[in-house]
Design a protein around this ligand. Sequence first.
Ligand SMILES: Cc1cc2nc3c(=O)[nH]c(=O)nc-3n(C[C@H](O)[C@H](O)[C@H](O)COP(=O)(O)OP(=O)(O)OC[C@H]3O[C@@H](n4cnc5c(N)ncnc54)[C@H](O)[C@@H]3O)c2cc1C
Length: 405
Amino acid sequence: MKKRILIIGGGFGGITTMHALKKHVGHDAEVVLIDYRANTLNKPRLPDVALKGESVEHARFLMKNAVKHDGYLLIQETVQRIDPVMKKVYLKEGGIEPYDYLVLAPGVKKYYSGIEGFREYGYSVCDDVQAPRLWRNLQTFKGGPVFIGSMPYRSGTRVNAPKLLAPCEGPVGEVMFMLKEFLAKKGIGEISPVTAFSPAKIFFEDVGEKVRNSVGEIMKQEGIGLITEKIVKKIDAEKIYFKDGTSEACALAIILPEYKPYDFVVDSGLGDEAGFIPTDEQMRHLDYPEIFAVGDATSLSVPKLGHIAVLQGDIAAKAIALDLGKKIEIPEFEPAVLCIMERANLQATMIYSNVLYKGKLDETLNGPMAFMMKWSFDFYYNFTRGHMPPDFAEKLLVNYLNKRK
Ligand SMILES: Cc1cc2nc3c(=O)[nH]c(=O)nc-3n(C[C@H](O)[C@H](O)[C@H](O)COP(=O)(O)OP(=O)(O)OC[C@H]3O[C@@H](n4cnc5c(N)ncnc54)[C@H](O)[C@@H]3O)c2cc1C
């Protein structure tokens, strides 16, 4: 009988796993994707929604089309609990789905309510509700001090992943650069100083000094301030308050909230002490060999990046294919921080850095070429319903960056 593979979550990690299973396992297994959303959300596109007023439709594609194209099945439902011993997934509306293999790719819960006053005075870019909400607010923004930063990340200890205090500061960088352009165009740039804040001692602690200096240089040119070791406690109509007792006058606070594991992961006993899913480097759960996990929900994904979710999805699918008797080589897990931050006038800054994982590459690419890369990626990803550009594209980029060093 065919083995049954369930994938929970159709974001970067889950969709990549599904496409890779299609390639390496095909229809020798029954593959089912479960997600409560109708659309896959390309979150790196959300700053365009929040700061340029782009339609949120440009940041997503219909999940059912991606699944149908692979010839698999989509269940549009919310997972409520998993029984890892009986190998069953319990759905909110009452269904129970058995599995031989399970791939967990639900991402993380954005804990906005952990910030006092966020509902009334806080803004964000992390999802398709918050990004258009920020755009709406900006239409009537009259100017004043702006603060942008993230809440801290709490990781567990079962997996040997880098320890970072910020879950991912790329979106903070992109928003501060794009906001500068927006404020200048609106004619309120002068009265609206922009300050980035970080919970860590170092802003962009996930990259090396070369990239950090390069980002710091652009921040200086753009007149963006920086404060570090700041954790937001509260926001009100006039101020932003930090846990160290300090506060600043603030007219607009844009915050990446704490990234928390979903309750169903924790309640099913599948998380580490912080609730993230512990796996080995083939993405196999440390306690349940038929469960795999990829993406932001895993302990191994640090920082929380789509690029890492994609690497994990490919490895997990290949490890399952090997289990199913396919002759296949499983690649090493070699993560890198890859992020493209859009700036004014069709410029962007691309970061490619793997020094956090003992690699040697720590490069930025500035200018219209980086902007084109972002645009091409978004177009390719949406148009192909969640496929990544061919491997050689990244290899070419890495070769180029290595030569330029
Ligand atoms: C503004 C912004 C910019 C970014 N820019 C970059 C960048 O330049 N480069 C980069 O590499 N990364 C970037 N990222 C990070 C990247 O978007 C995430 O790391 C990535 O989306 C994680 O993928 P995932 O598959 O783990 O989770 P997600 O993409 O969050 O997908 C999870 C899916 O699981 C589903 N789900 C959750 N719970 C359940 C449940 N109980 N039942 C059923 N389905 C469920 C959700 O509906 C969702 O579709 C950015 C993030 C943001 C917010």
